[in-house]
Each structure stands twice: as C-alpha cells, then as structure tokens.
Write a protein that binds this ligand. Structure first.
Ligand code: NI
Length: 199
C-alpha cells in the first residue's frame, strides 16, 4: 500500500516535471517582448516591412494624426531627442523613427504624408488596412479603441502611448513612456551611436 502510494506520487511528480519542462520550452520559443513582423504602407505609398529596418534601431510609436494632444507631444519629444543627438555629432542614421497609425480609417497615405514631415525629417509614417493595423498593434501589445462622440463630428482613439525601441536584429530593447523626457531617450544612445566623421 505504502509502495503503491509512493509510486503514485512519483508518477505525479514526473508528469508534473514533464509538463513544466514543456511549458518552459514553449516559453523559450515564444518571443520575450513586444514587437513582431509587419508589412504596412508608408506615407510615401511604398510597402514596408519590419525586415526592411534590420541593422537599425526602430523607434516605434503608435498613435494617430488627428490626436489632439498626446501624439504630437510624444512625436515632438522623439524629434527633440533625435535632433539633440544630431547636434551633438552622433551618427543617427542607424535610428529609424516610425509612426504607426491606430486610425487607418482617417490616416490615409495622403494624410500621413501631410502629417509626418511636421516632425523629424526621417520619420516614417505607416498605415494599412484595419486588419493590418490590428495585427501590428497586437504584436506590440498596444491597446487602442475608437471612442465615438455624440456631440462632435469627429471621434477620438483611445490608445496606449509608448515609444518602443527595437534592436537592429528586430528584437525588443526597451520602451519609453510619457514620463520620459527627451534626455531619457538621448542618454542610452550616446553610449551606442558612433560619431559622424570629423566629430
Ligand atoms: Ni494620441
């Protein structure tokens, strides 16, 4: 009786260990942070994929051009950070700022083409079909939702506001939130970016 119980417990432990091991293996195979593959339409009309930016740090921000407050401030912050690095003589060609709309209904290619040049010259605006946008937001774990307004002819989009830094191999590096200042974005890149020739 005792031996049988012992064997039963041993079996439970073995099966448990096996299942746990499987879970860990699945965990290792799964990606460890936000991000993932996408193919979207740039403000130039060109189709662009995440793989087009391999070898560069992608600085990815999700928002929408009709955003009255947060998006312009965050894109401005990103612009100030990049301009600061430029002024300090760093070669920022390996930094690729990207603005992905969560409002593809209004953010057409033309709309994005009018919007993104207001910020950093190399900022790329990406839009797509509602499904493509939903997919990329899911990859980056960015929540967004349309908020209808009865009193206004427009609508707002609720959305999370993060600047994702993706490594040159496409993996997740870190994110910046609304609390971070331009200097918080600048500081880590001073350590990794080369200086331009003659600086
Ligand atoms: Ni916004």
């Amino acid at each position: 009786m005792k031996v049988v119980r012992l064997m039963a417990w041993a079996a439970v432990v073995l099966v448990g260990a096996f299942l746990l091991g499987q879970r860990f293996m699945t965990g290792n195979e799964a990606k460890s942070g936000p991000g993932g593959p996408f193919t979207l339409t740039a403000h130039t009309g060109e189709r662009m994929s995440d793989t087009d930016f391999r070898g560069k740090f992608m600085l990815v921000y999700f928002g929408y051009s009709f955003c009255p407050d947060v998006c312009p401030l965050e894109l401005q912050k990103l612009t100030i950070a990049l301009e600061t690095l430029d002024k300090e003589g760093y070669d920022t060609s390996s930094l690729q700022p990207i603005f992905i709309t969560v409002d593809p209904e209004r953010d057409t290619v033309d709309e994005m083409a009018a919007y993104v040049p207001q910020f950093y010259p190399r900022l790329i605006g990406l839009t797509g079909t509602p499904e493509e946008i939903a997919d990329v937001a899911r990859e980056y774990r960015v929540y967004f939702r349309k908020r209808e307004q009865e009193d206004a002819d427009g609508y707002l989009m609720d959305h999370q506001s993060f600047i994702f830094v993706m490594n040159p191999d496409g993996s997740f590096n870190r994110l910046f939130s609304g609390r971070d200042k331009p200097e918080d974005i600048v500081a880590p890149f001073r350590k990794v970016l080369p200086k331009r020739d003659g600086q």
